[in-house]
Write a protein that binds this ligand. Structure first.
Ligand SMILES: Nc1ncnc2c1ncn2[C@@H]1O[C@H](COP(=O)(O)OP(=O)(O)OP(=O)(O)O)[C@@H](O)[C@H]1O
Ligand SMILES: [Mg+2]
Length: 233
């Protein structure tokens, strides 16, 4: 039973003035099973980020549909879509996007705070999420006092704090050295194995892709190949 599914998904960015329109994603049918770990690879400009953003309801498709747990994201109004994004989806980006003026634990608690969860409860949940990524000991530090790898583990904790159905990660290891990259990948893999979470990760790095159970390769906005990885499902 797929937790995430697209039907003939398309995104065309309309050109302005002399610029031609760009068909970034052209008819993608993709089904991701609950508890899966899927890597999306492909050349720069092949549509990976655009696809991921549509999977997460950040970008609205030009055509086609995205179902998350059988909810059709395309028919949702902006408020409902924002609520689903906040509660059911965790995002991790290449640049960790932690707010510099907040401590790590405050950053991690933020998605809950924005959702109206009481401070004491969101603090407990944030500390648990930090524990899960091995960062509890740095809870009170500000992001600029942490290494890149530590910040990314913090960003993963923030993505996890709502216990989302799906974690979507766009080049989460892109700014990390190989050692920190391996740690982040191991962490994501553990989420899938131990918490039954579903992870879809975009990466240029073949080592990272090899850790996934399935590798989807994009080319010119389409799926060029879709193969079982070397590990897991
Ligand atoms: N907001 C936008 N407006 C116009 N064109 C865009 C926009 N966002 C992306 N594109 C174009 O859509 C195509 C796919 O972009 P996308 O960011 O999805 O590629 P990608 O596979 O993630 O590349 P990279 O590996 O470099 O991150 C590219 O040609 C890009 O220039
Ligand atoms: Mg990209």
């Amino acid at each position: 039973m797929p937790i995430l599914r697209t039907e003939q998904l398309e995104k065309t960015f309309s050109g302005s003035g002399a610029e031609a329109a760009v068909a970034a994603v052209r008819g993608v049918d993709l089904a991701v099973d609950a508890g899966g770990f899927v890597a999306i690879t492909g050349a720069s400009g092949s549509g990976k980020s655009t696809l991921l953003h549509m999977l997460g309801g950040i970008t609205r498709p030009t055509a086609g549909r995205v179902f998350l747990e059988d909810v059709d994201l395309a028919v949702l109004g902006d408020d409902d879509l924002a609520a689903i994004r906040r509660r059911r989806i965790g995002f991790v980006f290449q640049r960790y996007n932690l707010l510099p003026e907040l401590s790590l634990v405050e950053n991690v608690a933020l998605p809950l705070a924005l959702d109206g969860v009481a401070a004491a409860r969101s603090d407990v949940a944030a500390r648990e999420a930090l524990e899960a990524v091995g960062m509890a000991h740095r809870a009170g530090h500000r992001p600029d006092e942490l290494s890149g790898g530590e910040q990314q583990r913090g960003a993963i904790a923030r993505a996890l704090v709502t216990s989302p159905a799906v974690v979507l990660a766009d080049e989460p290891t892109g700014a990390l050295d190989s050692e920190n990259s391996a740690r982040v990948v191991e962490l994501l893999r553990r989420l899938v194995a131990e918490r039954g979470q579903t992870v879809v990760l975009v990466t240029h790095d073949p080592t990272v892709a090899a850790a996934a159970g399935r590798v989807v390769r994009m080319r010119d906005g389409r799926i060029e190949s879709d193969t079982a990885g070397t590990v897991g499902r």
